[in-house]
Design a protein around this ligand. Structure first.
Ligand SMILES: [Zn+2]
Length: 465
């Protein structure tokens, strides 16, 4: 033992996490002490190294993991009636932190008709800075391709908002011509184009056919949004990305056909980043027959058991880049107001608190994958794809000290997890798993201690990429 084992400097440290099993996507598992100074990991040491720190956390028998990166959340989301969903960056951030998520990649919401992209981005950043206890990066949503938006794209990329989302369906959709125009501008300034990929015409036609047959129940919902629509849209945007020699980010990939479209794009040389979501990895379409089937109305739909199995196979072989929660905290009353008609059920569900614990439980306890697989899909690959690496997504000297100390034996029920707001609902209330954080740090700031939230608006903030 001694100086030669030091992989970083040995000045006084702010924090020392002792004796845990450090997991990285590349390096597997290693028992190390983790030292933190000035918000960064300052040294990785042989266990028991004689060094001083202001605070010491005993992580013996625990895993020490890079903080989770939720690549897809809709916190405080604008609704059609002018209100927003039932949470804010304070409550959603606390819920995320308790589960072990230290970075959200949320959105700049769709632009109002009179609103500039740069102004909307500043407004969202101010909301984050005022309230978020964890770090938050932003994907701006582009719902127009006019001169103002095109002019603002380079400006917001310079301000650190480097990945974008375009809806190919819904009222805020852009058409293929607009997508091509926006993509060229994003790529010209080294940004990353991303898509809610579902072909709007195919969705419209599928829904119309079902409506004519009187089939609008929640159990008819998946058929109203067929996998064909998802795969067709992915093929369109991966082709465009290929022509621009650009990577492309596909949000919420739901199953077999989408994975096949992505595989083909990759085979053609396009760097396609495939995000899936906790719910596609956890459930299959049998949930729509449950009495609370309305909760699961989320787009694209949760698909068959076969799709679920293929998503897990893709996680195992590294074909899934990231896992988002697609968190959207509707209040339970408005989500459940029309339980018999999926057309009147707002699509989306809260899930920011459950993403990391469910993913850990599914990966490590139920699917026999390794903690390193968990780290890969929970944070490491997302950090690389979204320009957060090497600051985030790994435990390495010089990286942000976004660290989770996880007790693998701690059992939990979904209903034990803190929701983002008291009036929302979630999909995981009856889920039972094992493995929860005891301590969580964001850039060295404690946000969870002994399983209790202790963050504040000063522990997190906007992450400029
Ligand atoms: Zn979403």
């Amino acid at each position: 033992m001694g100086q030669r084992h030091y992989m970083g400097h040995d000045l006084g440290h702010d924090l020392l996490i002792r004796g845990g099993i450090v997991v990285t996507a590349a390096g597997g598992e290693q028992r190390l002490d983790v030292a933190v100074s000035a918000g960064r990991i300052s040294a990785l040491l042989e266990p028991g190294a004689p060094i001083a720190a202001d605070e010491t956390v005993d992580a013996d028998g625990h895993y020490v993991l890079p903080g989770g990166i939720d690549t897809h959340s809709h916190v405080s989301w604008p609704l059609a009636d002018g209100r927003v969903t039932d949470d804010g960056f304070d409550g959603a951030g606390a819920a995320a932190a308790l589960g072990g998520t230290t970075t959200l990649v949320d959105f700049v919401p769709p632009l109002r008709p009179d609103q500039r992209l740069r102004d909307a981005s500043e407004e969202r950043i101010a909301q984050i800075e005022a309230a978020a206890p964890i770090d938050v990066a932003l994907h701006p949503i582009l719902n127009r391709a006019d001169a103002g938006v095109l002019a603002d794209i380079p400006e917001v990329i310079r301000a650190g908002l480097t990945s974008f989302k375009m809806y190919m369906t819904y009222g805020d959709r852009v058409n293929d011509g607009q997508i091509w125009r926006l993509m060229q501008q994003i790529v010209a300034h080294d940004g990353l184009p991303g898509f809610h990929a579902e072909n709007h015409d195919l969705l419209t036609d599928s829904l119309e056919t079902l409506v004519q047959q009187g089939r609008t129940a929640v159990t008819d919902f998946p058929e109203s949004r067929p996998a064909l629509a998802e795969a067709a849209a992915i093929r369109t945007v991966t082709h465009m990305a290929g022509k621009l020699a650009s990577p492309v980010y596909v949000f919420h990939v739901s199953g077999d056909e989408a994975l096949a479209a992505i595989r083909d794009g990759r085979r053609d040389g396009v760097a396609v980043h495939a995000e899936t979501c906790t719910h596609y990895l956890t459930f299959d379409e049998s949930v729509f027959a449950r009495p609370d089937g309305w909760k699961f109305v989320i787009t694209p739909p949760i698909r068959g058991a076969h799709d679920n199995a293929l998503l897990w196979e893709a996680v195992e072989r590294g074909a899934v880049t990231s896992v988002g929660s697609d968190h959207c905290a509707y209040d339970a009353a408005s989500k459940s107001a029309h339980p018999g008609d999926h057309r009147l059920t707002p699509p989306g569900a809260a899930g920011i608190q459950a993403r990391t614990p469910v993913l850990w439980d599914q990966c490590v306890n139920r699917r026999g994958l390794t903690p390193a697989h968990f780290v890969a899909v929970s944070s490491e690959r997302a950090a690389r794809a979204l320009g957060l690496s090497p600051r985030k997504g790994t435990i390495a000297v010089g990286s942000d000290a976004d660290v989770v100390v996880l007790d693998p034996r701690r059992r939990w029920r979904g209903s034990d997890l803190l929701p983002a707001s008291p009036r929302t609902f979630d999909l995981y209330d009856s889920y039972e798993g094992a493995g929860l954080p005891t301590h969580v740090f964001v850039r060295g700031n404690a946000v969870v201690r002994d399983g209790a939230f202790c963050g504040s608006p000063t522990t997190g903030g906007f992450v400029r990429r």
